[in-house]
Ligand binder design. Structure first.
Ligand SMILES: *[C@@H]1O[C@H](CO)[C@@H](O)[C@H](O)[C@H]1NC(C)=O
Ligand SMILES: *[C@@H]1O[C@H](CO)[C@@H](O)[C@H](O)[C@H]1NC(C)=O
Ligand SMILES: [Zn+2]
Length: 436
């Protein structure tokens, strides 16, 4: 199914997994144990290699792609898509911290013979875009396979490693779903109605999706757009919305002194603590008492005082303190939330000594769920959805396999069954979008 490059990679993997053992005879039973573990690993690997979906997913996960360093995985994806006859356009997304880094958004439409990728004006005008991200959070965790003790079934095989869930599962399933629809004789499917978009930088600044949203490529091709299907882990459900986010960076500038004579200085820690204390409780306070918004769909807004730094030593009155706080918003507008935050801070800092910088972010994001056969879920994490500007009436769906609860942790992983279900479900979503 895959192109020549892919085949070579696959053959290399096969040969490196069949390692011969040299074992003394008095350790024969230990050797048997080793051999049986080895055999069961080989069995699992064979299951993965037999499936185009599972081997694409494996190949993507095996290439480290922490945000900013997405070039290698981008190249792999480009060659895979080209091997399947997609017309692929890459967009260089400059990195704010290092101008010499290369990293690409990847935009692909089926059937390269019909639509050469040289000019965005000649590109097809898709009705639906499927999109997810190719960067991951750190640290890299290698790909591994295991079978739960309680089950022998193929669907329950667990695939672990960084990015297995967030979001390489979505990337692999979206590619496979599109290929399956193209190959299916039953579907009335116009290849030029579908586009794939895989972006960089979702886990940090959303710079990949923002770049695409502002690009000529998008502006020249979005006139027929009816729906965008975003891929993030939603446990195989359709998300009905996700919370908004606002962040605050607070700094206090005091005056250093000997800690035996604190009245000769001004403690930056003492200046910042009352404000942090108030902000920390702002999610528990009722909105009518100056607290953050609540709503039926999204529950309570929550606060995380995620970063604090101050001072130099226990016996020095600190000259400087700073904190970074994030607010996950359940309602309101970013303007109204900014006022609530500034009010709360000024109550704790009546003289206005603190330096406050608010990043307004975005309000809660409502999403579409008008597709039969899906459960719905509300999620608390941020996504690229608000970074892609769409015209009024364009539907936005958010769906993916695996759970966000493991996504950024050391146990990130999902089952073969979930990954395969996602291919079916993305096909359903594409067909629904094409019927709009
Ligand atoms: C920037 O990226 C280039 C290319 O990967 C690398 O060689 C260089 O060391 C990086 N510079 C910094 C300051 O990280
Ligand atoms: C919201 O906060 C209130 C008060 O802190 C609490 O009683 C309630 O259970 C919370 N609601 C949700 C949905 O978490
Ligand atoms: Zn993600």
């Amino acid at each position: 199914m895959f192109g020549p490059k892919f085949l070579v990679a696959t053959l290399l993997l096969l040969s490196s997994s069949t390692v011969a053992f040299l074992i003394p005879s008095d350790q024969a039973s230990l050797a048997d144990q080793h051999r049986s573990v080895q055999n069961s690993r080989d069995d699992l690997s064979k299951i993965i290699l037999k499936s185009p979906l599972l081997s694409l997913h494996k190949a993507l996960v095996e290439v480290e792609s922490i945000s900013s360093y997405e070039l290698a995985v981008g190249k792999l994806l480009v060659s895979t898509l080209e091997a399947h006859n997609f017309a692929v356009t890459t967009q260089q997304v400059n990195d704010v911290n290092n101008a010499s880094l290369k990293r690409w958004n990847i935009y692909a439409t089926p059937d390269s013979s019909q639509y050469p990728s040289s000019s965005s004006k000649k590109q097809p005008h898709p009705k639906v875009i499927l999109t997810s991200h190719i960067d991951t959070v750190p640290p890299y965790i290698p790909y591994s396979l295991s079978r739960p003790k309680s089950s022998d079934s193929r669907e329950d095989i667990l695939i672990s490693g960084r990015g297995t869930v967030d979001a390489k599962a979505c990337v692999a399933a979206m590619v496979q779903a599109t290929l399956s629809l193209l190959a299916s004789p039953k579907t009335e499917f116009n290849p030029s109605d579908v586009a794939l978009l895989f972006v960089v930088g979702e886990e940090t600044r959303g710079d990949g999706m923002n770049h695409f949203s502002d690009s000529k490529l998008y502006h020249h091709t979005n006139s027929n757009l009816k729906a965008v299907i975003f891929g993030e882990p939603t446990e195989l459900k359709l998300a009905s919305g996700h919370k908004g986010i606002t962040m605050a960076h607070i700094k206090a500038h005091g005056k250093a002194a000997h800690s035996g004579y604190p009245w000769l200085g001004q403690s930056a820690t003492s200046m910042i603590l009352p404000a942090l204390y108030v902000l920390d409780k702002l999610g528990d306070l009722l909105p009518e008492e100056g607290g953050l918004p609540r709503s039926k769909e999204f529950g309570n807004s929550t606060v995380n005082v995620g970063y604090i730094s101050a001072g130099v030593a226990a016996n020095v009155v600190p000259e400087f303190a700073e904190a970074k706080v994030s607010f996950r918003l359940a309602g309101g507008t970013t303007e109204s939330v900014k006022k609530i935050i500034l009010n709360a801070i000024s109550g704790a800092d009546p003289q206005g000594l603190l330096d406050v910088d608010i990043y307004q972010g975005y309000a809660p994001v409502p999403l579409d769920t008008d597709v039969d056969g899906f459960d719905s879920i509300v999620v608390n994490y941020g996504t690229d959805v608000p970074n892609l500007k769409v015209a009024d009436g364009v539907k936005r769906y958010l769906y993916g396999p695996g759970s966000i609860l493991v996504a950024h942790g050391k146990d990130e992983g999902l089952t073969v069954g979930a990954l395969e279900q996602a291919v079916e479900d993305y096909q359903k979503l594409i067909k629904h979008a094409l019927s709009l």
